[in-house]
Write a protein that binds this ligand. Structure first.
Ligand SMILES: Nc1nc2c(c(=O)[nH]1)N[C@H]1C(S)=C(S)[C@@H](COP(=O)(O)O)O[C@H]1N2
Ligand SMILES: [Mo]
Length: 530
């Protein structure tokens, strides 16, 4: 008696595993619907992977995949899951206990990931458990239906059993196909439902932004040079970079949202969203946000018009004094709906700059991915030490007493934005200036809350030559510049840029990576002049 007569072919067993894994996944997604997208075991495992990943891996992911890093992670989890499920199907031939053990492992991984999320409740383990049970039951039923003999692989099966159980390829493909289709329908339905109806019911973004008591200073005409290939002064909303650890965008209900302010030297307060909207001290400001992970020449920087509550005012109301006035707290820790923690110096937030609790961006309520309903914005500090999205809590504490999320992961606790400049046009590697005409080189420079006073360009390591600066909007925004390269000779050239801060700093040539507190070096491109 051959193995094949009591066990189905390996490919069919692998297919059973895949289909059963898919059924478990679909069931888990459906079971997660009442808890919101974050309770999905896949999301939880992804989020846990992000938190556990060592810094070099995260840097690699951001550098290699940019904002698609999360999609790549989810696909990776899917591939691992598929390989595991297929192997499980093969292992379960004639050994149903293996099906149970494998499904149990998957359920456990999902449940542990869900339960250890900072925003998790005990019920969040349910979807993973449901998924595990469904995967097990589906695998056993599929293999039985396919004619695999359970639990008797060693002893040769009697003749008639083998005949009765003979593997029918056509019937198997039909059954497995139907099961796969049903899982796909349930899984897709659950995903669509939690992203649309459930998600949008929980938050309404159609409210009117308040009129600012203090409008943004007008942007001078000459602030935007309007040169082709040069990023516009205001980053187009759809192009504003997005960086966060949230695998699915938190959907926060503004009607039940609260901001709790508490900690050392504070009279504890709670604010509702309408209370913030109705305040009389709303400000509107243009601020250029930058990410510490931005490489020299990179695009994790954007300029927007923000409207919100002046943070220093709100803190003073609650009795907060900065350390320079004897306040006991030197660190403001903001917490978000998804558990992120961000630490900001209290002194910086209260030194007179336009730190705010932003309610709107570019004349509209915040988009969900940019922190709806409320986020922090502090001119001059990298996002990971200032720009908490989906903020729900502000705690006054000390840098000694608490490390925010990124600090134990190797990033600096304090991180002012570094003086930087970027060449936007021409692009690195471009062929330019055909026919001996001059070449327009243009870009942006930034030194938030200091101001940019000069930009210089250097061709082929020669003399630094002054670029022409666009009008300055404010010292909290980036500044465009242009250099007319009239004496461009045909051939290959390198072009570098550096900026000068209003405080006299000259942008360093020393190259440093983004970690631990921001990249330095000159943005340098190669061009070929025709
Ligand atoms: N809740 C939360 N807020 C966050 C982050 C995050 O991961 N979670 N990332 C920070 C980082 S690193 C940056 S650079 C900015 C980016 O803001 P944006 O996505 O709106 O451009 O948000 C900050 N706020
Ligand atoms: Mo960032």
């Amino acid at each position: 008696m051959s193995e094949a007569m009591k066990q189905i072919p390996r490919w069919a067993a692998a297919a059973c595993g895949l289909v059963a894994g898919g059924a478990g996944l679909a069931a888990a997604e459906a079971a997660a619907v009442p808890f919101g997208p974050r309770a999905s075991p896949v999301q939880a495992v992804g989020a846990a992977t992000i938190d556990l990943a060592p810094r070099p891996l995260k840097e690699f992911a951001v550098a290699a995949f940019g904002t698609a890093d999360k999609a790549v992670l989810l696909v990776g989890i899917g591939v691992v899951l598929a390989v595991f499920a297929a192997a499980l199907g093969i292992a379960a031939r004639g050994r149903r206990w293996a099906a149970g053990a494998g499904a149990g492992v998957l359920a456990l991984v999902g449940a542990v990931a869900a339960f250890t999320r900072p925003d998790a409740g005990p019920l969040d383990i349910l979807p993973a458990l449901v998924g595990g049970v469904v995967a097990y039951v589906a695998l056993v039923m599929l293999m039985n239906a396919a004619g695999d003999a359970p639990d008797a692989p060693q002893a040769p099966a009697p003749e008639e059993t083998a005949e009765r159980r003979g593997f029918d390829r056509r019937r198997f493909v039909l059954i497995a196909g139907a099961a796969a289709a049903a899982s796909a329908a349930v899984g897709t339905g659950a995903g669509v439902y939690s992203r649309t109806s459930a998600g949008s019911a929980a938050q309404s973004r159609d409210f009117a932004l308040p009129k600012p008591a203090s409008p943004a200073p007008p942007v001078p005409d000459g602030a935007d040079l309007e040169i082709e290939g040069l990023e516009s002064f205001f980053t187009p909303p759809g192009e504003f970079y997005r960086i966060d650890t949230a695998l699915s965008v938190p959907r926060v209900d503004a009607t039940t949202w609260r901001l709790r302010v508490h900690g050392a030297g504070v009279e504890e307060r709670e604010y509702t969203f309408p209370q913030l909207l109705e305040r009389g001290d709303i400000v509107e400001r243009d601020v250029t946000l930058a990410c510490v992970s931005n490489q020299v020449g990179g695009g994790y920087i954007g300029n927007a018009r923000w409207i919100g509550v002046p943070l220093a005012e709100l803190l003073r109301e609650a009795g907060v004094r900065p350390p320079s006035e004897g306040g006991p707290a030197d660190q403001l820790v903001s917490r978000s709906d998804d558990g992120m923690t961000i630490g900001t110096p209290v002194e910086t937030v209260m030194d007179g700059r336009d730190a705010m609790l932003a309610l709107g961006m570019n004349g509209r309520p915040l988009a969900p991915e940019h922190g709806f309903p409320v986020r922090m914005v502090v001119p001059g500090l990298y996002g990971y030490v200032s720009a908490c999205k989906w903020i729900t809590e502000i705690e006054l504490t000390t840098f000694d007493a608490f490390d925010a999320y990124w600090v134990p992961r190797g990033w600096a606790a304090k991180a002012p934005i570094k003086l930087q400049s970027r060449i936007d046009t021409p692009r690195d590697g471009a062929s330019v200036g055909e026919g001996g005409a001059g070449v327009t080189i243009a870009g942006v420079a930034w030194a938030q809350h200091v101001g940019v006073d000069g930009v210089q360009v250097r061709i082929d390591g020669g003399e630094w030559r002054d670029a022409r600066l666009a009008e300055e909007a404010t010292e909290d925004t980036w500044r465009q510049w242009v250099f007319d390269w009239e004496d461009a000779e045909p051939g290959e050239h390198t072009v570098s840029v550096r900026a000068m801060g209003r405080d006299g700093e000259v942008q360093t040539a020393d190259e440093a990576p983004p970690a631990p507190d921001g990249a330095t070096g000159h943005h340098t491109i190669s061009v070929s002049v025709g």
